[in-house]
Design a protein around this ligand. Structure first.
Ligand code: UT7
Length: 361
């Protein structure tokens, strides 16, 4: 039996605050009817002021560790909204999870981030580079959304989901049977936060509003999302030899209910096996797949052994799909962690003292 990565834990974290379509329509030129019919979203969650991506990531990660009953030896954090441009957020998340000194890295693939991180983690396990990677997708999209932009402000929400993997065998429930990833950088201008990097530094004087916030060319992204998620799902199913009619759980990135319906219709996935939670949480970017999976698993709609296919599409442009057999896991959910107490750089230097070699005798 050949070795592969196996899913053994699933955790989530959603902020408490629920924002309905009506709430948004009170300050934006939109309506509950438009949002529901064009996107399928009824409400979304938003963090309290001061809560960052790492706070959600730590809780979701902790929940996955509890669900899996094991510790992790690698942390991959998929996010579009890191706590800051530098350093990466994953090492801090690992530290707050009590996983000091394990490798920890951010994965930046926007809404495809979770599937990308899953693919990387699965390859690391197969290569023997780690045994139990923790894959987290966490977003505070409200930190980059322009509240005055009705094209995007009605779509996105905050949240986090995490999956613990372990080394196992292809034939057991939970096995990640195949992952396929892709990108098309020619479309990089379709989904952007233009400022804050080396091209347009965040400290540049008078950065226009358009460049400070998230912007998306909705209709073209819609078209590409349907085409790419359909072809990527077909490729991954071909690789494992599953026909779409035998798929027992289809979980697409929760971008737009119309996109998800279109992809599943084109593939011929039975309507009984399409799962999602976009109505309740909106589009949570890199967190959307583990959040939707946890909902479906908690309600018993995905059963151990179910042929499950995950597919995502997002900025970059990027896309990816994974074929897995569903494991016997009970998802756990935790509320957001409190932000760590403020630490000055001087205190950091003392508290984070590097272990020293023993003094020579
Ligand atoms: O997660 C990463 C990947 N993201 C996606 O895959 C999202 C892809 N795109 C979409 O989901 C859709 O394109 C949107 C939901 C963003 C927009 O839906 P649409 O059906 O493509 O609408 P549209 O942008 O073509 O706009 C249609 C009309 C326009 O008005 P006119 O020009 O026809 O008068 C818009 O100004 O709807 C208007 N509109 C709105 N009206 C009320 C756009 N946003 C809103 C709004 N409320 N929030």
């Amino acid at each position: 039996m050949s070795e592969c990565a196996v899913i053994c834990g699933l955790g989530t974290c959603l902020p408490e605050r629920i924002v309905t379509n009506e709430d948004l329509a009170a300050s934006l030129d939109t309506s509950d009817e438009w949002i529901r019919t064009r996107t399928g979203i009824h409400r979304r969650r938003m963090v309290a002021p001061g809560t960052s991506t790492s706070d959600l990531a730590v809780s979701a990660g902790q929940a996955a560790l509890v669900s899996g009953g094991q510790i992790a030896d690698f942390v991959l954090l998929a996010t579009t909204t890191p706590d800051r441009p530098c350093p990466a957020t994953a090492p801090e998340v690992a530290h707050r999870l009590g996983l000091d000194e394990v490798p920890a890295v951010d994965v930046a693939a926007v809404c495809s981030g979770f599937v990308y991180a899953l693919g990387l983690a699965e390859a690391l396990v197969r290569a023997g580079a780690c045994h139990q990677p923790l894959v987290i997708g966490a977003e505070v999209y409200t930190s980059i959304i322009d509240p005055q932009d009705r094209n995007t402000a009605v779509i996105f929400g905050d949240g986090a989901g995490a999956m613990l993997l372990r080394r196992g065998h292809r034939e057991e429930p939970g096995a990640i049977r195949a992952v396929e990833l892709g990108s098309a950088g020619a479309g990089s201008g379709l989904i952007t936060v233009a400022a804050g990097g080396s091209r347009i530094p965040g400290h540049a004087q008078e950065v226009p509003r358009e460049q400070r916030y998230f912007r998306m060319e909705g209709p073209e992204v819609y078209r590409q999302a349907v085409v790419r998620m359909t072809s990527s799902t077909r490729s991954v199913l071909d690789r494992v030899g599953w026909s779409p009619s035998t798929v027992q759980a289809f979980i697409g990135h929760q971008a737009n209910q119309r996109i998800l319906n279109s992809v599943a219709d084109r593939l011929g996935i039975d309507a009984r096996y399409r799962f999602g939670n976009i109505a309740e949480v909106g589009n949570t970017a890199a967190a959307s797949i583990p959040l939707a999976l946890a909902d479906a698993a908690a309600s018993g709609r995905i059963r151990p052994g179910s042929r499950t296919v995950l597919t995502a599409f997002g900025g970059g442009l990027t896309w990816g799909s994974a074929a897995v057999t569903w494991p016997d896991v009970v998802p756990k959910c935790l509320p957001p962690e409190s932000p760590p107490a403020f630490r000055s750089s001087r205190v950091d230097r003392q508290a984070d003292a590097v272990p020293t070699d023993p003094a020579p005798r």
